[in-house]
Design a protein around this ligand. Structure first.
Ligand code: SF4
Length: 309
């Protein structure tokens, strides 16, 4: 459904004295999402997760430029195609209720999304989607500020799911929510995949992603370092391929709960060679010589020269 190949995103910045400089927070992002699959995209803040979503949707800020390729249903996603598909074939579940229009009743917002996606009867589509997500008919008359956290989540999911979008991108849909609402939102993501859509679940919550995803793509400092089936996240993490993924797995409270020393590098201060080398317990001089390629390893992908096939 979606293939991202060697995506890089560069921002033009102006410093004091109007000196122009460029930073590249994403370089070498690769992933694939299939129809009926839920791909969890995990990584720390600043690893490029949300930028990926914006690049796919074609909503990067005007000072950003993208290189590489994004394919959707076998065709290259050009800016014109992105504009034509956004909200119809490709839908976003955003981070917060702040993405809803504060001055418009939520029912109308969902009907508008239904209309955009080509529904023959937006009124009927909104009624059905509210019923599906446990919203009462009278909730359609509420404004966003009148919604509870759980209702707001259901309205945001309704807005994305009301049409026939084949690809749904959920950008950090769960932070700050009550555990019950988190579980409900994740269940909705899984249902969307099970009905044949491709779902990209972007989250920093590794544990949450593992409960519903089929595969996990791990981002580090703007690159994909591993893509692994969820089943590989078990035991001591020996089935995982990349040292960073293993460190994330071991840092979970239900595992060793030991955090990885050091910090992810910033885009303006990237190390030579492997971006993880300064924190990697397995790093050698060879690791610092060149940026490793993402390569197929044991049914997944890893960007590490020392991982065994
Ligand atoms: S390439 Fe080297 S530094 Fe990078 S993750 Fe692999 S072992 Fe660690």
């Amino acid at each position: 459904m979606l293939s991202v190949r060697n995506l890089s995103i560069t921002f033009a910045m102006y410093e004091a004295g109007l000196r122009r400089r460029a930073i590249t927070p994403i370089a070498g992002l690769d992933l694939d999402v299939r129809a009926g699959e839920l791909l969890g995209v995990i990584g720390a803040s600043g690893s490029g997760k949300s930028l990926l979503a914006h690049a796919v949707l074609g909503i990067l800020p005007s000072n950003a430029s993208a290189a590489g390729q994004i394919w959707f249903k076998g065709e290259l996603l050009t800016p014109a195609r992105q504009e034509a598909l956004r909200g119809k074939e490709i839908a976003l579940i955003p981070q917060s209720v702040g993405f809803l229009d504060p001055l418009m009743r939520v029912g109308r917002q969902v009907r508008r999304a239904a209309q955009l996606s080509g529904a023959s009867s937006p009124v009927e589509a909104q009624r059905r989607i509210f019923e599906r997500y446990g919203l009462r008919p009278q909730d359609a008359r509420l404004y966003p500020f009148q919604l509870s956290g759980g209702m707001a989540r259901r309205v945001l999911v309704s807005t994305a799911a009301v049409g026939q979008a084949s690809l749904i991108i959920a950008d950090e849909p769960t932070p700050g929510l009550h555990p019950e609402v988190v579980a409900e939102t994740l269940r909705h993501m899984r249902e969307l995949a099970d009905e044949g859509r491709a779902v990209l679940l972007i989250t920093h919550d590794v544990g949450a992603a593992l409960t519903v995803a089929d595969r996990i793509a791990v981002f580090y400092a703007g690159t994909t370092v591993e893509v692994a089936p969820v089943a590989d996240f078990q035991g001591d993490g020996a089935a995982l391929r990349h040292p960073y993924t293993r460190a994330l797995w071991r840092a979970l409270p239900q595992n060793e709960f030991i955090s990885l020393p050091g910090a992810q590098p910033t885009p303006d201060d990237l190390p030579a060679g492997c971006l993880f080398a300064p924190r990697c317990p397995l790093a050698t001089a060879e690791c610092r010589a060149a940026r490793p390629e993402l390569r197929p390893v044991r049914g997944g992908w890893a960007r590490c020269i020392h991982v065994e096939s």
